[in-house]
Design a protein around this ligand. Sequence first.
Ligand SMILES: Nc1ncnc2c1ncn2[C@@H]1O[C@H](COP(=O)(O)OP(=O)(O)OP(=O)(O)O)[C@@H](O)[C@H]1O
Length: 277
Amino acid sequence: MAVHPEPKPSVVVSHLDIVYEVFGAKRGRAVAAGEEEGGLGMVERLLGQREEKFGHVQKVHAVKDVSFVANVGESIGIIGRNGSGKSTLLRAIAGLIPPTSGSVWLSGEPSLLGVNAVLLGDLTGERNIMIGGQALGLSAKEIRSRFNDIVEFSGIGDFVYMPMKAYSSGMGARLRFAISTAKTPDILMVDEALATGDADFKARSSERITQIRKDAGTVFLVSHSNNTVKEMCTRALWMEKGRLIADGPAEEVVTAYQKTFPQKKKPSSKQTSATDS
Ligand SMILES: Nc1ncnc2c1ncn2[C@@H]1O[C@H](COP(=O)(O)OP(=O)(O)OP(=O)(O)O)[C@@H](O)[C@H]1O
C-alpha cells in the first residue's frame, strides 16, 4: 500500500564513507568493517612472531560508498552481521559522525534513539523526561501533559522516580524510546532498543512506528531481529562489511539475508535475547 503516491525524499545519502581512526592501536594496518582477528594471525601473535606496533593510528573503514534515498512514510530496517556498519550508518545519518567523504542530506530534524543515547544516569527518569522532552522542543507544560503517557508506555512504573543508573538496560532503552517518540519526529532512528522489551512493549512500539510513518515521518530501525524488521519495516538495507549490498522491500531483503546466513540453532534454555539473525 503506497502511503504517499509521490515519493518525498527525507534523507539522501550519497557515496558515504566513514573511516574511524583508532589511536594507540596495536596493529598498523587498515581493517575492513566486520573483519575478524583470528586464524593464523592470532597464532603468530600468540607465538610472538608478529610485531606488535603500539601507538599506531589504525583505520577502520566502517561504511563504504553507501548511497540511498529514504522517503517520507517509509520505515527502513538496517540489517547485517555484527560489525557490518549498521550503527555507524545510523549515527552518520543523525549527524553524530561527520562523513569522511560523501554526503548526508536531511529534510527534517533527526531524533536518534539508541542504546547509547545520552540520558543522565545520576538523574531520575522524571528529570530525564523533562530534559529529553525539552531537547525535542516540547514546552514544560507539554511535557507535563505527556508525562503519564511516557511512563506508561515505557512500563517502568515507580522507577521513574529513581536515578536511571538503577535501571536495567531494558528499562533505560524503553524509557528512551518513550521519550524520543513523545513528539512525532521527522526522522526517528532506533538502534536495537526494541529488542529489550516484552511482547506488549513490541506491540506498542510497532503501533507507534506505524503512527509516525502515517504522520509523515521516516523511521530507521537497526535490528538483529529479522522478524522485527519484517513486521515493522516497509524496506530493508542490508549492510555487509561496510557496504550496502541490498536495498528493497523488507520481506525480500530479510529473506535473502536469512538464506545467506541461516539462523544457527540456539540452546533452548537461557534464551534471553531477542536476536534471531
Ligand atoms: N568509535 C569507534 N571507533 C573505532 N571503530 C569503531 C567505532 N565504532 C565502531 N567501530 C568499528 O566500525 C565497524 C562497524 O561498527 P558498527 O558498530 O557500525 O557495526 P554494527 O553493524 O552496528 O555492529 P553490531 O551489530 O555488532 O552492533 C566495526 O568494525 C567496529 O569495530
